[in-house]
Design a protein around this ligand. Structure first.
Ligand SMILES: [Zn+2]
Ligand SMILES: [Zn+2]
Length: 179
């Protein structure tokens, strides 16, 4: 969805858009939608810049950091962004460099703002830094890739020699008891 700034009212503009399945291109993203996003907010002119405030709501699936299984996440993501006109900013190089490091800053061109880009970028940045299917997820075996949550894999685990010595001793004692 594109927000046109051509006839933006002096007191700003509210927007609200419920995406439908397949509307956003997420083939290169790590997440997938259970429910496509709802984005709502408002755009206000602040001098040469446009301020977009609002919230993105969606249910999505993101991979567990350890075992890569899909983890359902309920997202309610507020945003507050400043958009500067790309044409003018091009002249003030120092300012661009400063702004590019700021995640809450973007550019608009041709008097329009691409809401799809905003939503995808905010979701990418706003996902939890740690996604786990369960707190004690055991992850994948580094040898065979088996999901260790489903049980031990067949890879031989090297036995610590100290435990092996104890096991030997116990076996010996058991044998003596039986005698
Ligand atoms: Zn996991
Ligand atoms: Zn294994």
């Amino acid at each position: 969805m594109i927000i046109s700034l051509v006839r933006l009212p002096a007191d700003g503009l509210s927007f609200r858009h419920q995406y439908v399945s397949g509307e956003l291109d997420i083939k290169d993203r790590e997440f997938s939608f259970v429910e496509p996003p709802l984005v709502a907010g408002r755009v206000d002119r602040v001098g040469m810049e446009m301020r977009l405030r609002g919230e993105i709501k969606t249910n999505l699936l993101a991979p567990c950091d350890r075992c890569l299984s899909d983890v359902p996440l309920q997202i309610g993501l507020p945003f507050d962004l400043l958009y500067a006109p790309a044409e003018v900013s091009g002249q003030a190089t120092g300012e661009i460099e400063l702004h590019e490091r700021d995640l809450d800053f973007a550019f608009y061109a041709n008097d329009q703002i691409d809401l799809d880009e905003l939503v995808l970028e905010q979701l990418e940045l706003g996902l939890p830094s740690r996604v786990l299917c369960q707190e004690n997820c055991r992850g994948l075996c580094s040898e065979c890739g088996a999901d260790l949550n489903a049980g031990e894999c067949r890879c031989q685990k090297p036995v610590d020699p100290r435990w092996q010595a104890l096991a030997d001793l116990k076996a010996k004692l058991d044998t003596q008891e039986n005698d």
